[in-house]
Design a protein around this ligand. Structure first.
Ligand code: FES
Length: 69
C-alpha cells in the first residue's frame, strides 16, 4: 500500500517547489538550491532551526484525508 506524507510545497529558502524535488527515503531535496527537508516532520535538514508545515494524512477506503490547520 502506498504511503503518503504532506508538507508545505514552498521551500523556506527562496520559495522553490518542494513537490518537484527528488525524494531519497524520508528526505526531499528542493530542486532550486538543494535545501533538504524530512517529509515526516517538515524539519529542514539544511537549517535545523526551520520547519515547513507538516500535516496528518489518513487513507480511508479510496479517499486520502489531510488534516489542515
Ligand atoms: S529555494 Fe529551495 S533551496 Fe533555494
Amino acid at each position: 500500500m502506498a504511503k503518503f506524507q504532506v508538507i508545505d510545497n514552498t521551500c523556506l529558502h527562496r520559495g522553490g517547489p518542494l513537490g518537484e524535488g527528488e525524494m531519497d527515503g524520508d528526505v526531499v531535496t528542493c530542486p532550486w538550491h538543494g535545501w533538504q527537508y524530512n517529509v515526516k516532520t517538515g524539519a529542514c535538514l539544511t537549517k535545523p532551526d526551520l520547519k515547513v508545515g507538516c500535516y496528518e494524512v489518513k487513507v480511508e477506503g479510496g479517499d486520502i484525508k489531510i488534516a489542515l490547520p
